[in-house]
Write a new protein. Structure first.
Ligand code: F6P
Length: 549
């Protein structure tokens, strides 16, 4: 099996990158007036402008040749048809089946999983309506007013990010809260104002073994039983979403109250399943379906559009271009829409847990940089924090700017200011300003030469910093579904190009295992510990303070 870096297209790109490192986007724009038309893609829910990258038509041709040599289309077919492309866990990867709104049959080991998905959706619908309409009663006969979703990682970030993003679409039926951290401060703060008679807990965990989630779930259970004096209250107040039914039942959750997850749904791709139950409870089931429809729209685009016009493919190729070939080490996600304030946190898991790896799917060490670290913050806030670095540091950080034509909460005068900045920033990052211009501008304001000599070098912006702009019409369940699916497929294509298994996460295991051992030692302070001197020193310091108190 060939190593990616020995592919013909890869080697051409390496040579091409040497040329392109000498190019400035200003020159590329002045040479080609059609750049925006050539390098943008319009989808029903958004416009993607990728013209502000250090690319030419030749770059795109070579990147597409790479995608072809890596058989992106073949892998896409393997994913959608349920082949076990999660090779290290020997699983299919079928989150797309969860939003297959055309309901085309899909057989996995003889079972039509479209039927299973539809019946899970029907169960979600009935449950959502019962709770939202107040027919589902707590142990004392009162209607549910608050939902507390307990989960972490993929069992939290997706639903919470979507709930936050779609707040304007929620009515007053229910208040939805999230608890993910094992730091007791979070659950204590969430529970403090709530009335146990009116709270519904959703314990979301694919494995139903995750320490943090189980710890929070046990605390919630104690809180409920302490208030109700009744173990049977659990049946009215606890729901589980899991692929491990036995563990949920052993925990004490009624079988009826368990929503199924399948092993072919990866945690970080699971918000489309019953893991999205808090979203449906918050918005109503119809809007949850709209979210699925938006994602399905992108699934169809991803499957049908030619690679040259395929937004997730292009985004993935650009990321490989910027990071692997041009050497960028991080990438910023910069939403200019308050509703997307959790998007970069969500994208960190989506991309870094998927592709933050350094062996190929054959288990061989890769000899090229893989994915960048992902970080970011809301538009305007970031401008007053780290944009200095984006504009003038000697590290180039490619950035995705995501904005909306219309605000979901129009307040007069605000949106235009926001969007003026949105457009200005990508322009400034691209064009920069050279010393000659800086000097001319300072002169025009009447500054003396001595001052100009001193300040001019500090005001130079080299520009040439790559950005993609994603302009949505408006954030809605449908457009948000499309945006998330766009990135999911981008991550998939990136994994294929880099020859990485995007669907496992072995890198989180080592720390988890050591934490379990250390936890036992913290519980039994007398037991002698034998770690490295740093870890021993830290644990001793911690325990000495505790035992002195
Ligand atoms: O952080 C590791 C991880 O396994 C994630 O991949 C997953 O989303 C999260 O933990 C939660 O896992 P579970 O849903 O099994 O509780």
């Amino acid at each position: 099996m060939s190593n990616r870096s020995s592919l013909k297209s890869w080697q051409s790109l390496e040579n091409h990158a040497l040329e392109m490192k000498q190019q400035h986007m200003n020159e590329l724009f002045s040479l080609d007036e059609q750049r925006f038309d050539k390098f943008s893609i319009q989808l029903p829910s958004m416009l993607l402008d990728y013209s502000k990258n250090v690319i030419t038509g030749k770059t795109i041709d070579q990147l597409i040749a790479l995608a072809e040599e890596c058989d992106v289309s073949g892998w896409r077919e393997k994913m959608f048809s349920g082949q076990r492309i999660n090779s290290t866990e020997d699983r299919a990867v079928l989150h797309t089946a969860l939003r297959n709104r055309k309901q085309t049959p899909l057989y996995l080991e003889g079972e039509n999983i479209t039927d299973s998905v539809e019946s899970a959706l029907s169960k979600m619908k009935a449950f959502t309506e019962e709770v939202r309409q107040g027919q589902w009663k707590g142990y004392s006969g009162k209607r549910i007013t608050d939902v507390v979703s307990i989960g972490v990682g993929g069992s939290n970030l997706g639903p919470q990010m979507v709930t936050e993003a779609l707040k304007q679409y929620s009515d007053d039926s229910l208040n939805v809260h999230y608890v993910s951290n094992v730091d007791g401060t979070q659950i204590a703060n969430v529970l403090r104002p709530l009335n146990p008679e009116k709270v519904l807990f959703i314990v979301s965990s694919k494995t139903f073994t995750t320490t943090e989630t189980m710890t929070n779930a046990r605390t919630a259970l104690k809180w409920l039983v302490a208030a109700s004096f009744d173990d049977k209250a659990v049946a009215k107040h606890f729901i589980a979403v899991t692929a491990n039914k036995d563990n949920a039942v052993n925990f004490g959750i009624d079988e009826e109250n368990i929503f199924e997850l399948w092993d072919w749904v990866g945690g970080r791709f699971s918000l489309w399943s019953a893991i999205g139950l808090p979203i449906a409870l918050d918005l109503g089931f119809e809007k949850f379906i709209e979210l699925l429809e938006g994602a399905h729209e992108i699934d169809e685009h991803f499957c049908q559009a030619p690679l040259t016009e395929n937004a997730p493919v292009i985004l993935a190729l650009l990321s490989v271009w910027n990071c692997t070939f041009l050497g960028a080490q991080s990438q910023a996600i910069l939403p200019y829409d308050q509703s997307l304030h959790m998007l970069s946190a969500y994208m960190q898991q989506a991309e870094m847990e998927s592709n933050g790896k350094s062996v190929t799917w054959h288990g061989k060490e890769v000899n090229y940089p893989t994915v960048p670290s992902i970080w970011g913050e809301l538009g305007i806030n970031g401008q007053h924090a780290f944009y200095q670095y984006l504009h003038q540091s000697n590290n180039i950080v490619p950035a995705d700017f995501i904005g909306s034509v219309e605000s979901v909460t129009p307040v007069q005068g605000h949106h235009q200011t926001l969007m003026a900045n949105f457009f200005a920033q990508t322009q400034a990052l691209m064009t920069g300003v050279d010393e000659q211009q800086v000097r001319a501008d300072l002169k025009a304001t009447g500054r003396v030469d001595e001052y100009i000599d001193k300040v001019a070098p500090h005001k130079v912006h080299k520009g040439n910093r790559p950005t993609n702009t994603i302009l949505m019409k408006r954030i809605s369940p449908r457009t948000l579904g499309s945006l998330i699916a766009l990135y999911e497929h981008k991550i998939f294509v990136q994994g294929i190009i880099l020859q990485i298994c995007s669907f496992d996460q072995w890198g989180v295991e080592l720390g988890k295992g050591l934490a379990n051992k250390i936890h036992q030692q913290l519980d039994q302070p007398k037991v002698s510990i034998n770690h490295d001197s740093s870890t021993n020193g830290l644990i001793n310091f911690y325990q000495n303070i505790i035992s002195a108190e």
